[in-house]
Ligand binder design. Structure first.
Ligand code: P6P
Length: 303
């Protein structure tokens, strides 16, 4: 577990701040574009999933915005087979930024929460989560919020249009030392119960008897429930998909980094997600994140 920073760490890295400025600046434009982009694009992503028109729009907007940030060397997206070289040398004078442009886009039709996931790596991708220098997510809920985790700590911000701001948005920190509550109260488990391995199903039955179900089909929304109320989120290994569903570079690593910096734990079933050595850019991995207790019990159950 990465020791949670009490919010009194070093000053934020200026390039990391510029990256999250760029992400924040796209948020209102992505949100405004969603009503007209609730249909399938007719293409599939490298993971073989249907791409929505909203995914395409968000991906293109974020590629343009992040490609203009000095200090970003490559833009890597869940929707693209290869990294986009945008200048600089990743690991030397530039970062690689991994993006899930519109996490949970299947919620477009049902008008439920979605998000954008960001991982800032100090190494060419694919890379282990230990190479992250920052990570975070935008949550398109009733309010547009952005959680940013880096060496200086973890903060939650409200992102709003601001015509007086240079990039058209304001970032207002509303919690400057975001920390997981001590007591778990909610859980959210992905996949279908018949597809869960027996050991996970038994663990899930225990948790279901203790915590309240909060599962909305978009990882960002479900993880934010855990960050807010304490608990556990999992998209587990499945009987016919032992690597689960979520992508290591774009979803699991950034979320694991955030959760561990808020004082929680992450696991692939046996060890921290951040220690998983990737082979491919779009590798999937089982993801379990939340309070230490539920994660320790999970690892014991799967052992
Ligand atoms: P299911 C969204 O497509 C996503 O990648 C995650 O955001 C989410 O946690 C998961 O898939 C939902 O999957 O099988 O419940 O639809």
């Amino acid at each position: 577990m990465v020791e949670a920073d009490p919010g009194h760490g070093s000053a934020p890295d200026p390039t990391v701040e510029e990256i999250f400025d760029a992400v924040a600046a796209t948020a209102p434009r992505i949100r405004d574009a969603l009503p007209g982009r609730r249909v399938e694009s007719g293409t599939e992503n490298p993971s073989g999933e249907t791409v929505m028109a909203g995914d395409v729009y968000a991906d293109e907007l974020l590629a343009e915005a992040l490609g203009d940030v000095d200090g970003v060397g490559s833009f890597v997206s869940e929707e693209r087979a290869e990294a986009l070289d945008v200048g600089g040398t990743v690991g030397d004078d530039a970062y690689a930024v991994a993006i899930d442009p519109l996490d949970g886009s299947s919620n477009l039709r049902s008008n439920n929460a979605m998000g954008t996931v960001v991982g800032v790596y100090d190494a060419p991708l694919p890379a282990p989560g230990r190479d992250l220098v920052a990570a975070g997510y935008v949550l398109y809920g009733p309010i547009t919020t952005m959680v940013v985790a880096d060496e200086s700590g973890v903060r939650e911000e409200v992102v709003e249009r601001d015509d007086d701001a240079a990039n058209g948005v304001s970032r207002s920190v509303v919690i400057d030392d975001l920390a997981l509550p001590d007591e778990p109260t909610v859980y959210g488990f992905g996949g279908r119960v018949p597809d869960w391995p027996d050991a996970f199903r038994e663990y899930a039955r225990e948790i279901e008897g203790e915590l309240k179900l909060r599962y909305g089909g978009a990882m960002v929304g479900d993880v934010n429930q855990v960050v807010t109320y304490g608990g556990v989120f999992a998209y587990p290994a499945l009987v016919d998909a032992p690597d689960g569903k979520l992508r290591l570079q774009f979803e699991a690593n950034p979320i694991a980094y955030v959760i561990e910096r808020t004082g929680g734990s992450s696991s692939d079933g046996s060890d921290s997600i951040l220690d998983v050595d990737p082979e491919g850019l779009h590798d999937r991995v089982p993801l379990y994140v939340g309070n230490d207790g539920p994660i320790e019990r999970l690892e014991a159950a799967l052992d």
